[in-house]
Design a protein around this ligand. Structure first.
Ligand code: PRP
Ligand code: URA
Length: 213
């Protein structure tokens, strides 16, 4: 993982880069696309959660009793930005099965590219939880900035944002709006096009995960 600046990280792991190439390919069908988004969610979640606190407990092995670490303290919440963020949730839940899951519904206006929120339901109390926000695409950053603001308004404090692909503009905007959150991006692409799509990107993540158009 490469640190871009304080709290912003880009993945360099070959497995993540390989899987992102599968997502980029326009010939990758819905079934495989969905599976690979889930796998990348797990790989990114694994790394982003490497600072989870642990405590030692006593455990009896078939040989003897020893002290051994377990995850301690802070509880987790996974908060996908609908729709596409949902695709990464099963991968992270596989690592942290007792995490609670909140949802934030956002869609981008096709003309203005401005985000509109249509749903927000977060596990309570959110203040005590480490919150992992998922969205495969960080384009203009508008949806991410608003989603994080909404989570903070509800009391969320310790937030990690996971995106599979980011545009430089979106990463910068999210970091400037919320410098306190950790941002993890699978790959930072070249730029946005005139329709605010990421280039080269992977197209519309929601449509490709759910097979809509
Ligand atoms: C996509 C994507 C992000 C957003 C990114 O969602 O999943 O949420 O666009 O764009 P931004 O950084 O410019 O805000 P979309 O609005 O297409 O909704 P969907 O997931 O329901 O398809
Ligand atoms: N949303 C997507 O799904 N893809 C993009 O490239 C930009 C926003």
């Amino acid at each position: 993982m490469k640190q871009i600046c304080e709290n912003v990280y880009e993945f360099t792991h070959p497995l993540i880069q390989h899987k992102i190439t599968i997502l980029r390919d326009k010939n990758t069908g819905t079934n495989e696309f969905r599976k690979v988004v889930e796998e990348i969610g797990m790989l990114m979640g694994f790394e982003a959660l490497s600072d989870l606190p642990v405590k030692e407990i006593e455990v009896e092995t078939p040989i003897e009793t020893c002290k051994s670490p377990v995850i301690a303290g802070r509880k987790l919440a996974i908060v996908p930005i609908l729709r596409a963020g949902l695709g990464m949730v099963p991968g992270i839940l596989a690592l942290t099965p007792s995490a609670k899951v909140g949802h934030i519904g956002m869609y981008r206006d096709e003309e203005t590219h401005e985000p509109h929120e249509y749903f927000c339901k977060l596990p309570q109390p959110i203040e005590e939880r480490t919150i992992v926000v998922t969205d495969p695409m960080l384009a203009t950053g508008g949806s991410a900035v608003d989603a994080v603001s909404q989570i903070k308004k509800h009391g969320g404090k310790r937030i990690k944002f996971l995106a599979i692909i980011g545009a430089p503009e979106g990463v910068k905007r999210l970091h400037e709006a919320h410098p306190d959150i950790e941002i993890y991006v699978g790959h930072i692409d070249r730029c946005l096009n005139e329709n605010a799509y990421i280039c080269p990107g992977l197209g519309d993540a929601g449509d490709r995960i759910f097979g809509t158009k």
